[in-house]
Write a protein that binds this ligand. Structure first.
Ligand code: AMP
Length: 117
């Protein structure tokens, strides 16, 4: 069996995190090393390593995550301007191999910048 990811440990309560939201399919936590004044992560309970590992079976889950991003952005009061980032693969900056969506807000975004390194 493959080792539990950091985010599975957080989901299971084995590592502490500031959980802002959770439901049957995902959790939302505050990023420990924020790259914007508001920086949270939406993480599916299912430990898909990368976005490219999602299959047709994950269609509803991916839709659910995107809808939650909108709801959470509203809850956080950043719905007028935020970015959603998914790093896929080490060369793209992915460090935790458990799919997660970064929501970055309460900042101004330079034209063309990705908002996260
Ligand atoms: P990525 O580089 O796209 O894989 O993003 C991983 C993110 O997880 C980074 O923004 C980290 O700051 C964040 N992170 C790592 N450990 C924790 C933790 N214990 N609690 C909250 N966020 C974390």
């Amino acid at each position: 069996m493959s080792e539990e990811t950091l985010f599975t440990k957080i989901i299971n309560g084995n590592i502490p995190a500031e959980i802002l939201f959770e439901d049957d399919h995902c959790i939302c936590i505050r990023d420990i090393n924020p790259q914007a004044p508001t920086h949270v992560l939406v993480i599916p309970r299912k430990p898909l390593p990368r976005l490219v590992d999602a299959t047709e079976d994950d269609k509803a889950l991916l839709g659910h995550l995107m809808l939650k991003v909108g709801e959470i952005a509203r809850e956080l009061g950043i719905e007028r301007a935020f970015r959603v980032v998914i790093n896929n693969g080490e060369s793209a900056g992915q460090t935790v191999f458990h799919l997660h969506l970064h929501i970055l807000g309460n900042t101004t975004f330079d034209e063309g910048s990705l908002g996260i390194s």
